[in-house]
Design a binder for this molecule. Structure first.
Ligand code: PRX
Length: 629
């Protein structure tokens, strides 16, 4: 098939295109209308159709390949490895669904899942999908305050969690963070379901906390039929960072998401039922939702869920998994590959990787060195793909399942089917020509699978994403990009205050708010600074209230550690700034706006740009001096 024609059909006749795609999944009742776009920018796909994500991911395959592997849970942290066939997965999901029902969870209720990378996390997600509850998975690396703000927004009826995660062989207790978060929040869940891995002691709160294993035994033989949901009911909420300190709940539907995943598995990931998919992400991120849990299973593939580091017990671990489970498609992030590149190549050369057909990388810019290195080592195509939590599946890539077009170094590829991608000039809003830098936007309606709205806040959805350009309603990705004459895009970084640390999306405002809560900080600016390994790291510049504490080098170091500790406790170690510098003032405009981009430029040794509006040019020199100390 010719990709250009395929793409054009998706743009010219979207309803026909997606009507055909909808046949990739099972429906209990077919839709009456492919698309309802009567209230832009809110798009409703497959209106009137009834389906279920869990049915399509699990039950559907029990009929034809029930004994084949579905979920392969591997932990090098606890040295455990277990394969669940589709039949076994179905039983575990039904047990979990029965527990949820018994705990009073109903259709449309929210269930917050705060879990490490263990099989029960996937059971819980699929169980929610089965009974029509809306899951909200919170990354296990987030701490009490991050968790509390999500509890307050989602108001979950139930929280599912565990005693601990584990990193590098060390238990990372969760329960005290969870208790602290519930204490901080206004919306207390009625019940907390806890998986006890035996990694850390955990005190149960009487009347609220219940044990997973005990209840599982009670519901061992439970049969819980699928609840058929209207295509546009909500399937899940996933919080993501933006410009403000308050994360946005990206809300997704049921039918559109299932169809988008089935299509992307076919055209982007060349899925074949019975083969094995290995995404190294975490269920706390969108890649984990789309391509650890739902996507591969919807395509009838076995999916590997891996808890552990890429270099433990040694740097060959992922490749040993590829060999053992004959992984055909692997999905990771550039940072992980850069980490592996620092290791001796023998580790990966030890294994038979002949099953592997392609490596997909996403989440952050893929630099040419990393791309070429891993391509040389693996001898398979390296396929960059660019997308967002908001879209749920790739916006830009090369769809090898449609046509085997070449990739281009430094470019994630061309616009994917269904996405009307454009670049607009930031000041004029005019469309950019070839090789002109602009803001990457998408004309509505967004294709199936993309966010429906911001949970509980339609206004915020419109104001945040669709109002960047006056008089023109387009979805802004908040990324800069350029397109070459052949339609290949290149991503040049964010237009807003979002940073990307090792593929993890973080808001600088959230980190600033956390640092500001330290008693000796009066003001702070956080910027993302280029880093060879992680892509970017957060660097903080703080003004202290009491200068005595920073009079000596020891004092400065102690305060820096304290501030990092505050971020660790409130947001989690993922958000911890790499350095905290102390300055007498911060560069601002005369109207008081922080000049984050100028600070970032100085940190990266670039020209700070247009400074006509700066209040005190000496503030930039102070940033430079702080960096030199
Ligand atoms: O800035 C872009 C960057 O990550 C952002 C989205 O992050 P998140 O919501 O966590 O979703 C990740 C889904 C893969 C984007 O706005 N980004 C993502 N993929 C790429 C990328 N930047 C460059 N190249 C990519 N392939």
């Amino acid at each position: 098939m010719n990709f250009a024609e395929f793409y054009q059909r998706s743009i010219d006749t979207p309803e026909q295109f997606w009507r055909d795609e909808a046949t990739l999944i099972d429906w209990n009742i077919p839709h009456t209308q492919v698309l309802d776009y009567s209230r832009p920018p809110f798009a409703k796909w497959f209106v009137g159709g009834r389906t279920n994500l869990c049915h399509n991911a699990v039950d559907r395959w029990c009929a034809t390949q029930g004994d084949k592997a579905a979920l392969i849970a591997i932990s090098t942290e606890t040295n455990t490895e277990k394969t669940y066939s589709f039949n076994e997965l179905q039983s575990e999901v039904e047990r979990c669904a029965a527990i949820m029902l018994a705990l009073g969870v109903g259709r449309g209720d929210r269930v917050l899942i705060y879990m490490p990378m263990i099989a029960e996390a996937a059971f819980a997600m699929l169980a929610c999908a089965r009974i029509g509850a809306i899951h909200s998975v919170v990354f296990g690396g987030f701490a009490a305050n991050s968790l509390a703000s999500r509890i307050d927004d989602a108001k979950p009826a139930l929280i599912v969690s565990a005693d601990a995660g584990s990193r590098n062989g060390k238990a990372i207790p969760y329960k005290h963070l969870l208790d602290a978060a519930i204490e901080l929040s206004n919306a207390k869940p009625a019940k907390v379901l806890l998986v006890d891995r035996g990694l850390a002691p955990m005190a149960l709160v009487a009347g609220r906390d219940v044990d997973y294993a005990t209840l599982r035994a009670v519901h061992l033989d439970a049969r819980v039929p699928v609840t058929w949901l209207e295509s546009n009911e909500a399937s899940y909420i996933l919080y993501t960072s933006g410009t403000t300190g308050k994360p946005k709940g990206v809300q997704r539907d049921v039918g559109g998401y299932a169809v988008a995943l089935a299509s992307s598995m076919k055209y982007n990931f060349c899925a074949k039922a019975g083969e094995t998919f290995f995404a190294t992400s975490d269920i706390g991120w969108v890649v984990g939702h789309s391509y650890i849990v739902y996507g591969p299973l919807i395509a009838g593939m076995a999916s590997i869920m891996y808890e552990g580091l890429p270099v433990c017990p040694d740097a060959g671990i992922w490749w040993s998994i590829v060999e053992k489970y004959k992984v055909t498609r692997m999905f990771s992030a550039p940072t992980a590959i850069r980490v592996l590149r620092k290791q001796p190549p023998e580790f990966m050369r030890k294994y038979d990787l002949s099953s592997l057909r392609a490596l997909y990388l996403a989440g952050e810019p893929l630099d040419e060195t990393t791309s070429q290195w891993i391509a040389g080592e693996l001898g398979v195509p390296i396929i960059d793909n660019y997308w967002q939590t908001e879209t749920g599946w790739p916006i830009l890539s090369i769809a090898k399942g449609v046509e085997d077009r070449p990739t281009r170094l430094g470019s994630p590829g061309v616009a994917m089917y269904g996405y009307k991608v454009k670049l607009l000039n930031e000041s004029t809003g005019e469309e950019c020509g070839a090789n002109e830098k602009g803001v990457l936007v998408i004309d509505g309606p967004l294709p199936p699978g993309c966010m429906q709205t911001v949970y509980g806040d339609d206004r915020r959805f419109v104001d945040t994403y669709w109002s960047t350009f006056a008089g023109r309603q387009v979805y802004s990705t908040f990324d800069w990009g350029v397109r070459d004459a052949d339609g290949y895009y290149f991503i040049l970084g964010r237009t807003d205050d979002v940073i990307n640390v090792a593929g993890h999306r973080l808001g600088t405002r959230e980190i600033e708010e956390s640092i500001s809560s330290h008693a000796n900080v009066s003001e702070v600016a956080v910027v993302g600074v280029e880093d060879k390994l992680k892509g970017q790291v957060a660097i903080a510049f703080a003004i202290v209230k009491h200068a005595e504490q920073i009079a000596t080098a020891e004092g400065r170091q102690a305060l820096e550690r304290e501030i990092m500790g505050v971020v660790d406790r409130q947001l989690g170690a993922v958000a911890r700034p790499a350095r905290v510098y102390f300055v007498p003032q911060l560069p601002k405009t005369r109207s008081g706006k922080l000049l984050r981009r100028s600070i970032q430029a100085i940190c990266e040794g670039r020209n700070p740009g247009d400074l006509t509006a700066i209040e005190d040019p000496a503030s930039l020199q102070q940033i430079k001096s702080a960096l030199q100390v």
